[in-house]
Design a protein around this ligand. Sequence first.
Ligand code: IVH
Length: 671
Amino acid sequence: MTAAQRLADLRARIRHHEERYYVLNDPEISDAEFDALVAELQALEREHPDLVTPDSPTQRVGGRPVEGFAAVEHGVPMLSLDNTYDEGEVAAFDERLRRALADAGAEASAVEYVAELKIDGLSISLTYEDGGLVRGVTRGDGFRGEDVTSNVRTIRAIPMRLAEPVAGRIEIRGEVYLPRTAFDRINRERESREEPLFANPRNAAAGAMRNLDPREVSRRGLSAFMYQVIGRPGAVPPTQADTLEGLRRWGLPVEAHWARCRGVDEVLAYCERWREARHALPFDTDGVVVKLDDLALREKAGATTKFPRWAVAFKFPAEQATTRLLKIAVEVGRTGAVTPYAVLEPVRLSGSTISQATLHNEQEVARRDIREGDDVVIEKGGEVIPKVVKPVLSRRGADAAPWKMPETCPSCGSRLHRPEDEVVWRCVNTACPARLRRSLEHFASRRAMDIEGLGEALVDQVVRTGLVRDFGDLYGLTVGQIEALERMGPKSAENLVREIDGSRRLDPWRLLFGLGIRHVGERAAQALVGAFGSVDAIAAASVDALQAVEDIGPVVAASVREYFDEPRNRALVARLKAAGVRTAGPKAPAAAAPTGLSGRTFVLTGTLAGLTRDEATAAIEAAGGRVTGSVSRKTDYVVAGAEPGSKLEKARSLGVTVLDERDFLALLGRK
Ligand code: IVH
């Protein structure tokens, strides 16, 4: 055998075992045997570097991080699907479709469907040329996505070369997702590093796909399922069932539980079967996708401006449970926002035990008439923290009284304030111990001053004992003082002092971010330090000068100005500087690669549950977008909250993309 033959043979064997493991979940050899094959291939490729091919399994993870993702136009737009929420709506879809087919002159009495599980991930488009994977592109806005080839190649379920020869160019679409076990592992790791947790596997997968470092993406453990082929007529199988079988033969991952359904009744039975059964699957599904099986008939059915007429998504209802609301407590955030939450009698929901749920704000509690002692329905949507949906009024005790927001801060006792146009009450005492604790946790967090070891428990102690009253005090702490605290020894005290010392030398944008100025996230902090060179220069800048910085909008600029207008805050920065914390240059790295939002315009309408208009505006601006007041053809997105106004109608009539709160947060990459 020549070296080239041995290489080809090894690569084929490795792909076979990758497929057994990552696609079929049915490995034939042990991990150690697999690793040995890869090691053999690596060694042989080192001997023959000229014989390394781009589709070799050793080429999955590139050498270094990429600079950014290029925009790519989709040859065929990636449409989304119309959603249905009950049997009646699915039946109506079936009727509409059969009518459209009849109108188009097609025989449409017994329509056949394929029902597939709706994978809760992100859509992806793969391009293979002469059987080799050449490109992976995200859906983006449906018309343009981002070239994430370097990340797609790290997904072991996706073959670098198709198992059967397919000549020419072919596009394959499907969904990238994060298996639940990988999601749990990632969140455990993040928890131990005190990083914010991902709300759900979908957000974690989206975060991974946006990562610029393929090595990091590879560690996340993404997977994929494919379901559509786009290519020359003749190259595309004639039915959906043939497509799914063909994709499998090509070695691509296909979700195995799809079913062919004769008529809508079989479709409904499929939906019913998976409503509960889905919880046993190793990945998240949020519904069923119902597709016309015959692709020629699909052509006849056509599409509206947004959705194909030949398919529909049936969404499972969010899972709910009923339990007793023991108490409504409030917590104080680092900006002083005081928010109510429900303390619940522990109850099982979607595989975990729930003892707390969010209540958003005072108005929400009043609007839903939620009272202490009520039995309440709780729901887990796409968020980490479940929410209280409604009280069970028939079970309400006679003595249950409407809940009243406390008038004073539960931590420091000072009077709470609520600006006219806001729903959130705030503790405005900057020395409030609860605010101080949250602020210190943020200051010390990995993305800010990265002081390892200064977590919740220790923060609590240094605040309680009065050792730390502001960020400046951290830099005066001695080993002796820390050693004297509970559960601290000389070794951990020394480590902490070393960590604090190390934070003095970090890039100044981290300090600016760590100060916790409202609306100033990492990107804004980087942009500001990058433009002004020092925290002092930022503190002295006018609102206009701040706003002149790219990516800094009016809300962020005003918030920065307000922060530094406060003498106490200027004194704090002076103390930090005197303690040797770096407050000036070198300039921050250029802002991270633009997200899908740079240059995009947004219009907000209605009320969002999780954030105020200012916060939404700031988040859009921080991600490079712009918010305008009225909807026009140039508007990219309308974000519609509860009780939206006429802007929503206008958006619909102009065909502008409308996002609900969940889609909006996902677009921002938040929970
Ligand atoms: S078919 C023309 N099949 O759901 C649209 N989509 O709400 C073709 N999705 O954008 C999509 N699982 O990202 C299809 N088995 C499946 C799916 C699926 C998940 C996603 C996909 C799509 C979204 C529509």
